[in-house]
Design a protein around this ligand. Sequence first.
Ligand code: 2BA
Length: 108
Amino acid sequence: MKMIIAIVQDQDAPSLIEDLTKNRFRITKLSSTGGFLKAGNSTLLLGVDEDKVDEAIKIIERNCKTREITTSLMSSGMPGDTYIPYPVEVKVGGATLFMLDVDEFIRI
Ligand code: 2BA
């Protein structure tokens, strides 16, 4: 069994969860925050049999879009300086996936 940790944009999470559950995947959704943008995103945990991993990835691909986001980050030159906002444009994935081997899966 594999554990897929999928970090996705909040906008894509509802349709992705619906599509995954419709296809009999089990999911836990965690509310998370990206370290760079400091904006909310969604982290999904999927415990998946090895032969279902490709199917899960295909479902994630068809539900998660890449978006260009312009946002303001704050910079300060020296400690004590005022923070100055500056615009940055970033391309936020699709999805960021981590694949972990599961030693044991127990349901009680
Ligand atoms: P954030 O950390 O808020 O990053 C949002 C987007 O900002 C990233 O999109 C990337 O395009 C850009 N970005 C992130 N760190 C950057 C940096 N140091 N310099 C320049 N640009 C930077 P994605 O790569 O699609 O990542 C989307 C979200 O997935 C991230 O939100 C973070 O929550 C998570 N993530 C991505 N890679 C990760 C990793 N290696 N470990 C843990 N979480 C990760």
